[in-house]
Design a protein around this ligand. Structure first.
Ligand SMILES: NC(=O)c1ccc[n+]([C@@H]2O[C@H](COP(=O)([O-])OP(=O)(O)OC[C@H]3O[C@@H](n4cnc5c(N)ncnc54)[C@H](OP(=O)(O)O)[C@@H]3O)[C@@H](O)[C@H]2O)c1
Length: 316
């Protein structure tokens, strides 16, 4: 089968197209015919070697965590899915990623794609969408319904942020998005009650306090702690040793500092699919690239200017 792989750390140029054997599903696994994937910053950050100490890459590596396609074959003991089912998932590290015609996925993290959802949308949702759900619900303690919180989403136009705005709004929160002026209209259209232009002179002046700050851009809690109510929660999507330490020992403030490490979950993906089907969540697509141009898709993500998600069409 066709796959893109890399065998050394480096820039997107390390990606090489080649032929590799079609993988055989083991116990609990499903083999997917991949139709589309989506880029997440972790894909190119890992390839760059940035995380080599904490998450070393086993070479050669087929990247891309997000996948949408069809069930092709079932491993022993897999029930509940059949060949031909349209499915999507954030696939695990060990068995190879979605930058290939076929990929192995644990049946426990797989969800059926709603009929109205395109393959590109289905590929955009898993990693970024589940990160937004788990950051808000599990780390910030926001209920997914009847939420009365005031939530600030920093990076509201990006992959995680644009889902977080919609999830918090659907939950009943009052949502303020931090984005650039050019993305303000989009973020408001996703359901934010207000936006703040991060390039303005004193962006947070005059803001009533927030219960939750979800930071999808940085991991410096200090500028945000003063914006939180007593008992407020700052959650960053960018784990760092400093943040991990601070989340354990935070004696000087009644505001908590937390970070998120996504745990793939079929139930959370189904929750996102249901929001989509109820027209409470839409997927914003920044750009699309064929599999052979994955390096260009990564370069687009590396600019840091992506609005929504970058899709990779594996079957084209
Ligand atoms: N811990 C985990 O499990 C986990 C999971 C998912 C993601 N992450 C991490 O979370 C981060 C966000 O991921 P992502 O997929 O959302 O990234 P992304 O889509 O690449 O984010 C790009 C967006 O960030 C906006 N942005 C850049 N600087 C900003 C600023 N100063 N203030 C507000 N917005 C700004 C950009 O808007 P403009 O162009 O308008 O500036 C752009 O729309 C990444 O570092 C990723 O690695 C971690």
């Amino acid at each position: 089968m066709r796959a893109l792989r890399y065998s050394a750390y480096g820039s997107p140029d390390v990606l090489k197209l080649g032929e590799v054997p079609k993988p055989e599903p083991g116990p609990g696994q499903v083999r997917m015919r991949v139709h589309a994937g989506s880029v997440n910053p972790i894909d190119w950050k890992r390839a760059s070697g940035e995380y080599r100490l904490v998450m070393p890459v086993k070479f050669p590596s087929v990247p891309m965590y997000d996948a949408a396609g069809l069930v092709d074959a079932l491993g022993p003991d897999v029930t509940g899915f059949a060949a031909g089912d349209r499915v999507h998932a954030r696939i695990a590290d060990a068995s190879g990623g979605a930058a290939a015609e076929y990929a192995l996925v644990g049946a426990g993290v797989l969800a059926r794609i709603p009929e109205a959802m395109s393959d590109g949308e289905a590929a955009a949702l898993p990693l970024a969408g589940m990160t937004a759900v788990q950051a808000l619900r599990d780390k910030a303690g926001m209920p997914l319904s009847g939420a009365g919180e005031r939530v600030l989403v920093v990076g509201a136009s990006g992959g995680v942020g644009h889902f977080a705005v919609q999830i918090a709004r659907a939950a009943g929160a009052t949502v303020v998005g931090v984005c650039s002026a050019r993305n303000a209209e989009l973020v408001l259209s996703l359901g934010a009650h207000a936006v703040i232009d991060y390039a303005s002179a004193d962006p947070y002046a005059g803001q009533p306090p927030f219960d939750i700050v979800l930071d999808c851009v940085g991991s410096d809690a200090a500028p945000f702690l003063g914006l939180l109510v007593r008992g407020g929660r700052y959650v960053t999507c960018l784990p760092s040793p400093g943040i991990l330490l601070r989340s354990l020992f935070n004696p000087f403030t009644s505001r908590s500092v937390r970070t998120i490490l996504l745990q793939p979950s079929a139930a959370d993906l189904v929750y996102l699919d249901e929001l989509y089907s109820a027209a409470q969540l839409r997927v914003v697509i920044d750009s699309r690239f064929p599999l052979a141009e994955l390096a260009a898709a990564w370069r687009r993500s590396i600019t840091g200017r992506v609005v929504g998600k970058v899709i990779v069409d594996v079957d084209r």
